[in-house]
Design a protein around this ligand. Structure first.
Ligand code: NAD
Length: 268
């Protein structure tokens, strides 16, 4: 895609699912990628393997990559992670805030530590990463790009996942506020909002045909999305095909946000 070759990106939570697919897709587009893992570098081995395989298939992407440790909820980790990415890649043009978790429980039974943890990773973590990236963009006058991985739950309430819903609702506002604050400096901030996607976060249903069919029955396109479909849209938003788009959340959900229940008239 236009304008991606030779750029440098940091992808948080790049050891599985959507983050992994984004790292691979960006590398295929010629982007040097800093692959964030939370605990052990071994967790990133699948991503590295997939990236090398994908690059071989297109006769070498000629890209650099570096593994960067960091728990995005820890300010110190994030500062070190962003510095390591910049030192190894030379600079940073693109930040993908992808790391995310969810913890299920009824709102009235949720432990406050669990509530705080989800907000700390999904929202506060995304902000700290954005803050560190923006400092660098401004220092070096880079027209940087931030893409937040939000969710359809940015707008659809999700009972039993209150903290998750709040975190993604907040991410919508994080996206818009940062986009407005830095638009005049050439920094673009957008989000993607995946619907139900086949990744480990959905281990409860992705390998169970009955449960999967139940989930898919709510989706107008009758199927869950793939991590690669999410990654393709991230590449598009990071590319020079979208230089006039900022502050937007792009829903990639097979029609999930189109109110499936209204596909047939309820009354004459
Ligand atoms: P996943 O569980 O495969 O990936 C989550 C990634 O985040 C993992 O690599 C994990 O190690 C990392 N991570 C978790 N806590 C972290 C921390 N504190 N610091 C750094 N990394 C951390 O699931 P996924 O579906 O690929 O999720 C990626 C993003 O997509 C999340 O933000 C999630 O909310 C969002 N999303 C997923 C779906 C879906 O249906 N899969 C739908 C909407 C939004």
């Amino acid at each position: 895609m236009k304008g991606l070759k030779g750029k440098n990106a940091l992808v948080t939570g790049a050891t599985s699912g959507i983050g992994q697919a984004i790292a691979v897709r960006l590398a295929q587009e010629g982007v040097n990628v800093a692959i964030n893992y939370r605990q052990s570098p071994d967790d990133a081995s699948d991503t590295l393997e997939m990236l090398e395989l994908a690059c071989e298939e297109i006769r070498g992407c000629g890209v650099k990559n570096v593994l960067v440790q960091g728990d995005v909820s820890q300010e110190k980790d994030v500062m070190e992670m962003v510095n390591t990415a910049i030192e190894n890649l030379g600079s940073l043009d693109i930040l993908i805030n992808n790391a995310g978790i969810q913890i299920e429980s009824a709102a009235h039974e949720t432990k406050i530590e669990d509530f705080d943890r989800v907000l700390a990773v999904n929202l506060r973590g995304a902000y700290i990463c954005a803050r560190e990236a923006i400092k660098h963009f401004l220092d070096r006058q880079i027209p940087g790009i931030i893409i937040n991985v939000s969710s359809v739950h940015e707008i659809i309430p999700r009972p039993h996942y209150l903290s998750y819903s709040i975190s993604k609702g907040g991410m919508g506002n994080l996206t818009k506020t940062l986009a407005l604050e830095y638009a005049s400096q050439g920094i673009r901030v957008n989000a993607i909002a995946p619907g139900a996607t086949i990744t480990p976060i959905n281990k409860a249903w992705i390998n169970d045909p009955e449960e999967k069919a139940k989930v898919e029955s709510h989706i107008p396109m009758n199927r869950a999305g793939t991590a690669e479909e999410m990654a393709a849209t991230v590449a598009f938003l990071a590319s020079e095909e979208t230089t006039y788009i900022t502050g937007q959340t792009l829903f990639i959900d097979g029609g999930l946000t189109l109110y499936h229940d209204f596909s047939e008239p309820w009354s004459a």
